[in-house]
Structure formats: C-alpha cells, structure tokens
Design a protein around this ligand. Structure first.
Ligand SMILES: [Fe+2]
Ligand SMILES: [Fe+2]
Length: 284
C-alpha cells in the first residue's frame, strides 16, 4: 500500500465581507498534514480582510497558493488602503511573502504529493473584454461591446473600483500580464505537467450557463483558449463565475471552485467540507 501523500485542494470566491462566508472559512481544514490549498481569488475587497484570511489559511495548511481575483484589486472607498492597480497588487504580493503564501510572482511550486510531480502555476491574467456574448456578441470593438452590455443593464463593478494604473485600461494590463505569464510558463520544467490556476476562466466553455451572458466581457480572454494544451495541463482551476462545476475539455478537467455569495450558495447549501479536490483527480 502506498503512503498517503496529501491532496491538492482548492477554493475561490470566499468573499469574506459576508459573515456567513467567514463561518465557512473557519470550517476549511486540511484532510492531512501534507495537503496544499489553492485560493483562486476573490477573498474579499478590503486589504485587511484579504491579509487576515490568507494569514488564517497559511496557519492551517502546509502550503497556500493564491492568485488575485478582481475583488482583491478593487480600491473600495471604505478601504483605508487606497492603493490602486499594479501598486495594490504588488502590496498584496508583499503581504503574501511575509505569510509564506505563493503568488503568481514566485517560482512555481512543484506538487510532489499524490498524482505528482506537477508544476502548480498560479496565473494573474485579468480580462480583455474579448469574450463577447449575448447582446455584446459580434461587437467589433471593446467600446461597442461595453455599450451593448450597458443596454442590457450589465456593468461589472470593476468599471468603478478596479483601476488599471499605471496602465491606461484593464485590457492593457491584461496584455502585459499575458506576456509576462507566457515568459514565466516558458521557463518551467517542460517535462512536468501543470495545474493552471486562474481566477478567470481560461476558455469560453464555462461561460455558457451565465445568467447574463454580457457579463462574459469581464470573465477572461480568448488568448488563453489553448493554454491547457500548450502548457500540458493535468487540471485547470478557476473561479469568478460563482457557478461551481467540473467540465472536461480535451481530456483536461476544468474545475470552478467558488463559494460565492451567501444568497447564491444558500439555495442549495454547501457541503460540510466545501473544498474541491484537484489532485488526485476526482470531483471532490
Ligand atoms: Fe467572486
Ligand atoms: Fe471575481
């Protein structure tokens, strides 16, 4: 019998501003001392909330790997930390380093546990408004797509709170992140498969069940459509949609690992252990 060597677990969209979600956070426990936890963004909006949550998780799991969601990057008017854009992201990375939490700026860790070895790559890519669905389908430009979404009554709060400074636009920041991330991924050990971790979906498939299809504009970029093949992914982990599910594309499991808002998860309830298992491969 082989020795148990841990599981690679994942969660996202903890949205800890909600008291009920903080109670869910307090339930998150490793299943063995060797388990790692992926936190795929949207921990919260306030800087101190994100720091406190990651500190708690880093004290509970042997390794925590984080990538930002859009909410961590908001500059909320109520937040004493008023850093914007890239500077806010960099400060979050500094905090993670003091906590020992792995970020998209650190060497990619290699999972040597059950199902390994694999390179676990947290990716911070943002979005570029290229997923155009619903009324925004067929829009020739970003401006046209945003106008169509507005007509449908859909405007993501990022437009008000997620500042791209020093980049002129969020899509310009996304382009820079894509180039940086491609360079980083090119330097990884080519012999190892990967686990790709992104807050935003890498492919368009997960967007099909969106209740408001125009929201797809804020959900990623077409430019990552082949990354699971190009970077030999054994698994892809994402969040953001608040639609937890597992889908297979090209033989790769794509798992949406969100908790979401209480009004969303209350409808069906949450399992006693809301963490998703990424490795060894399985649904939970
Ligand atoms: Fe979220
Ligand atoms: Fe999100």
């Amino acid at each position: 019998m082989s020795a148990r060597r841990g599981e690679l677990l994942a969660v996202s969209d903890l949205h800890v501003a909600h008291a009920e979600n903080r109670r869910v956070l307090d339930r998150l426990r490793p299943r063995s001392d060797d388990d790692w936890l992926i936190v795929a963004g949207d921990v919260g909006e306030l800087f101190a909330d994100v720091e406190r949550t990651l500190r708690q998780l880093a004290g509970t799991f042997s390794r925590v790997i984080w990538t930002p969601g859009n909410h961590e990057l908001w500059t909320h008017p109520k937040d004493p930390v008023q850093l914007r854009g890239e500077r806010r992201y960099r400060r979050l990375v500094e905090v993670c380093r003091t906590l020992g939490v792995v970020t998209p700026e650190d060497p990619f860790p290699v999972w040597e546990g059950t199902g390994g070895p694999l390179t676990v790559a947290p990716l911070f890519l943002l979005y570029d408004y290229s997923f155009r669905r619903g009324r925004a389908a067929g829009a020739a430009t970003r401006e046209e797509a945003l106008a169509s979404a507005r007509e449908a009554g859909i405007v993501c709060n990022d437009e008000f709170f997620l500042h791209p400074d020093p980049y002129p636009t969020r899509d310009a920041w996304c382009r820079e992140r894509l180039a940086y991330t491609e360079r980083r991924l090119a330097q990884r050990d080519p012999l190892l498969p990967t686990v790709l971790v992104s807050h935003f979906p890498l492919t368009e498939g997960p967007l099909l069940p969106l209740r408001h299809p125009e929201f797809a504009l804020w959900c990623g970029t077409e430019r990552t459509a082949d990354w699971h093949r190009r970077y030999r992914a054994a698994a892809v982990v994402y969040g953001h949609l608040h639609i937890p599910r597992v889908q297979e594309e090209d033989g790769v499991l794509f798992t949406e690992v969100s908790i979401g808002y209480p009004r969303e998860w209350r409808r069906h309830g949450l399992p006693a252990d809301p963490l998703r298992r990424v490795l060894p491969v399985g649904v939970r």
